[in-house]
Design a binder for this molecule. Structure first.
Ligand code: IPE
Ligand code: IPE
Ligand code: MG
Length: 227
C-alpha cells in the first residue's frame, strides 16, 4: 500500500531567480539578492505555523564561485549582514542553525561568525539548514571516502557521513524561477523526495506559497517503490 504523505518535516528550497527579478525591474542584481534575503526572513518567521522541523536553503553553490567577483562579494556581504541582524531572532524563536557544504572554506570572519551562530542556536527545536559553498557530488564523494575509511561503502554508511546526517529525511524539494534542474543540490537526499518546480521568482516567494506547497504535498502519494 502506498504511504499517504503526512505533514512535511523536511523541506529544501533551491532559491532561484533573484537576478531575473532584478532585471525585470531594471535594478542591479544585488537588489534582487537583497530582496531574496527578505523572502528568507519572512519564511523562517513562518516556520512555527507549519509542520516543518527542518528547512534547508540553497544559498551558495560550489559552482557559484564562477560568477563575477563583485556578485560573489555582494552575496558574502549579504550573508554577513543576515546572520548578524537575524541571530537574536533565531535564538528567541527557537531556530537552530545548521550548515551544509564546505563552509569552512569561506572567508575567516564568516567561518568565525557561523561557528558562533551554530553554538548560540544549538538548543533550538526547529532547524534552518543553510547550504553554503555546497555541492552535492562533493558531499557524496566526501561521505563515501569517510565510509571507506571505516570499512564498507554501503548506502547507510554514506548517509551517516553526509552533511544532512543529523536532519530528518528529505520530504519535499522546491525550486523557484521555473528552472527544472537540481544544480548539484541534495542529489542523494532527493532519492524519494517529492519535487515541486514553481515559476515564482525567489524574491516573490512568500509564506503563502510555502503553505500552498505543503498543502499540495499532503495530497501526494508516496510509494517508495512499493504498491
Ligand atoms: C539565486 O538567484 C541566488 C543564487 C544563486 C545565489 P540567481 O542569482 O541565480 O538569479 P537568476 O537565476 O540569475 O535569475
Ligand atoms: C542554484 O542556482 C544555486 C543556488 C540557488 C544557490 P543557480 O542559479 O546557481 O543554478 P544554475 O546555474 O541556473 O543551474
Ligand atoms: Mg539562478
Amino acid at each position: 500500500m502506498g504511504e499517504g504523505a503526512e505533514g512535511a518535516r523536511h523541506v529544501a528550497i533551491i532559491m532561484d531567480g533573484n537576478g531575473r527579478w532584478a532585471k525585470a525591474r531594471h535594478l542591479p542584481r544585488a537588489i534582487g539578492h537583497q530582496r531574496g534575503v527578505e523572502a528568507v526572513r519572512k519564511l523562517v518567521r513562518s516556520l512555527k505555523d507549519t509542520s516543518i522541523e527542518c528547512l534547508t536553503l540553497y544559498a551558495f553553490s560550489s559552482e557559484n564561485w564562477k560568477r563575477p567577483e563583485d556578485e560573489v562579494g555582494d552575496l558574502m556581504n549579504l550573508m554577513r549582514k543576515f546572520v548578524k541582524s537575524d541571530l537574536p531572532e533565531f535564538i528567541s524563536n527557537d531556530v537552530k542553525l545548521h550548515i551544509l557544504g564546505d563552509w569552512r572554506g569561506l572567508a575567516p570572519d564568516i567561518v568565525e561568525m557561523l561557528e558562533d551562530a551554530l553554538e548560540r542556536t544549538s538548543n533550538g527545536s526547529r532547524t534552518l539548514a543553510v547550504a553554503l559553498n555546497y555541492g552535492s557530488q562533493q558531499e557524496i564523494a566526501r561521505a563515501a571516502s569517510a565510509a571507506a575509511r571505516e570499512g564498507d561503502i554501503t548506502p547507510d554508511a554514506i548517509a551517516r557521513h553526509l552533511d544532512t546526517a543529523a536532519l530528518p529525511p528529505l520530504d519535499l524539494l522546491i525550486r523557484t524561477s521555473g528552472e527544472v534542474r537540481l544544480s548539484n543540490f541534495l542529489l542523494w537526499q532527493c532519492a524519494y523526495a517529492e519535487m515541486m518546480f514553481v515559476d515564482t521568482l525567489w524574491p516573490d516567494f512568500t509564506p503563502a506559497h510555502l503553505a500552498e506547497a505543503l498543502e499540495q504535498f499532503a495530497g501526494r502519494e508516496r510509494r517508495y517503490g512499493g504498491r
